[in-house]
Design a binder for this molecule. Structure first.
Ligand code: ME8
Length: 511
């Protein structure tokens, strides 16, 4: 049976419609999920919405609606976004799901049974925007003298009866985790940051609220709802059927990677493993904190009026093109920028003029000049073998090795170099000239190119799934022979069916 692989995104706050950061994370996770499926893994991919907490409660009040109604409407936009962007999730987990309440309460009880929860009074700073508690020492002063969290959001002084989690107990175990499993938290810069944070000392964490009731009830204490992050993090288990000992729990837990943004690394790399250790549940294999996507170098915000609807971008430029751009342009783990100009420039240079042009000129030539069928051709020459080898190495080794490390842009660069090599080979071999002088040699050149195009289309499938399958259809590659393992096998004969351009040239003014 195939090796299991479980990947999750963060679950988004549905206090407004999805933005480009949500699309970026969902696409990146989808690329990994599709990549691992094509590597033969049995993948489970979960995303969802984080519907509780003060932020949702306040937003609903501001709009004059019930929090449940707000969550219901907004989460449907997140589902629509995932579907429109071809995000192939297996489970969309909403935290308002009654099963999720059961799971969160079970985790709570497991932590309580371990003696890690106690009732006390909380007095301190809370940021509603971050749904986070902060120490005085972490705050800075804003322009108007107000106190701001490390994320630059306002904080308010909060005094409440609260349950506490004995986070302080887990300082040493967490440091040991980072030391013994360097791959637990990536990229390395985030690991260094969290190590420093934990080394500075951990205070017990306030984990329940009494001032509002939009959340999961604390078992036995109906006037307390759980701190939203306890319930939010539990979503990763809920989707597998926890607390039941389901086949999914046995198969997919511990999770292979939690893909999240850099602003929520503390919750995933400090609080979450501590909760799990307390509850006696195995720890995630990896937490990966990606960077932020900026609009022309600026953070998007309603006040700047630069908030982009990811679906409008996908409609304007095409879903595959947007996916390609985001994965190629930004070094995964670092912040990156996007703009319509950058999308058009990248798409035209690499998809339309390079890969698309290669596919189109080779396949339409075969359709027109060879009746769509290539006969068995004479033995390859050194140059043919060299090209085939370069392309095969990029597609079967370099791109997969990089994607395995989530270094998408590195893998795609190797892939692009292989595309360039193919175009250079077409120019050098000039099959249109060989048609008159040496038709057999022409068939060999075209067969070599079809093999390369097949390899290139399979390798890039996780990023541009629709275009890839159209190209493989045009090459008549059987649908059950489109995985990375199939790259090891050369197809002896190619038939070209209805070749048509796959990547149109984009025009900034007309798109
Ligand atoms: O943090 N670029 O939800 P969220 C890239 N509910 N990623 C971005 C981004 C940007 N500009 N803006 C946000 C939450 N993100 C919690 C998570 S998980 C148990 C609970 C990322 O809707 C962000 O870092 O604010 C996070 O990973 C995800 O989008 C959802 O953010």
């Amino acid at each position: 049976m195939a090796d299991p692989y479980y990947i999750t995104t963060a679950i988004s706050y549905p206090n407004g419609p999805p933005h480009i950061g949500h699309a970026y994370e969902a696409i990146a996770a989808d690329v990994v999920a599709r990549f691992q499926r094509l590597r033969g893994r049995d993948v489970r991919f979960q995303t969802g919405t984080d519907e509780h907490g003060l932020k949702m409660f306040q937003k609903a009040r501001e709009l004059g609606v019930e929090p449940a109604a707000l969550a219901e409407e907004m989460s449907s936009y997140f589902i629509r976004m995932c579907d429109a962007l071809n995000v192939s999730y297996d489970n969309f987990q909403r935290t308002s799901d009654p099963r999720h309440h059961v799971a969160s309460q079970a985790l709570w009880q497991a932590m309580a049974a371990n003696g890690d929860l106690y009732l006390d009074r909380y007095e301190g700073w809370y940021s509603v925007r971050d749904e986070a508690y902060y120490d005085d020492s972490e705050l800075s002063e804003g322009e108007g003298g107000e106190r701001l969290s490390p994320q630059g959001t306002p904080v308010e002084w909060t005094v409440e009866e609260s349950w506490f989690f004995r986070l302080s107990r887990y300082q040493e175990p967490l440091l040991e985790l980072y030391r013994n499993n360097p791959g637990f938290l990536r990229p390395e810069s985030r690991r260094n940051e969290m190590t420093a944070f934990v080394e500075a000392g951990l205070r017990d964490l306030s984990v329940s609220r009494t001032s509002f009731d939009w959340g999961v009830q604390v078992p036995g204490w109906p006037e307390h709802v759980m701190y939203v992050w306890i319930d939010a993090l539990t979503n990763y288990l809920t989707g597998l059927g926890y607390p039941e000992k389901t086949p999914e729990m046995a198969r997919y837990w511990p999770v292979d990677v939690h893909l999240i943004g850099k602003d929520i690394v503390r919750f995933h790399a400090v609080y979450w493993p501590a909760f799990l250790m307390s509850a006696g549940i195995a720890l995630p294999r990896q937490v990966f904190g990606h960077g932020f996507l900026l609009n022309r170098g600026q953070k998007e915000s309603k006040s700047l009026g630069n908030v982009t609807d990811p679906l409008a971008l996908a409609e304007r430029f095409g879903v595959d093109t947007l996916r390609y751009f985001l994965m190629r342009e930004v070094v995964f783990g670092q912040d990156g920028s996007y703009s319509p100009e950058a999308i058009v420039a990248r798409a035209n240079a690499e998809l339309a003029n390079s890969f698309g042009n290669l596919v189109q000129r080779v396949l339409s030539f075969i359709a027109k000049q060879c009746g769509g069928v290539l006969s068995p051709s004479p033995a390859p020459l050194d140059g043919d073998l060299e090209l085939a080898h370069k392309v095969r190495t990029a597609c079967a080794t370099e791109l997969p090795d990089a994607f395995e490390r989530l270094a998408f842009s590195v893998g795609m660069d190797a892939w692009m170099q292989a595309v360039f090599a193919c175009n250079q080979y077409v120019d050098e071999q000039a099959p249109w000239a060989l048609r008159k002088t040496d038709p057999e040699r022409m068939e060999r050149v075209l067969t070599t190119l079809c093999g390369c195009i097949r390899d290139l289309a399979i390798a890039i499938a996780p990023v541009v799934p629709v275009a890839s399958s159209r190209i493989l259809d045009m090459l008549d590659v059987p649908v059950d022979q489109r995985t990375y393992a199939d790259l090891e096998r050369d197809l002896a004969r190619f038939r070209v069916v209805d070749p048509a351009p796959v990547f149109p040239r984009l025009d900034l003014d007309q798109s």
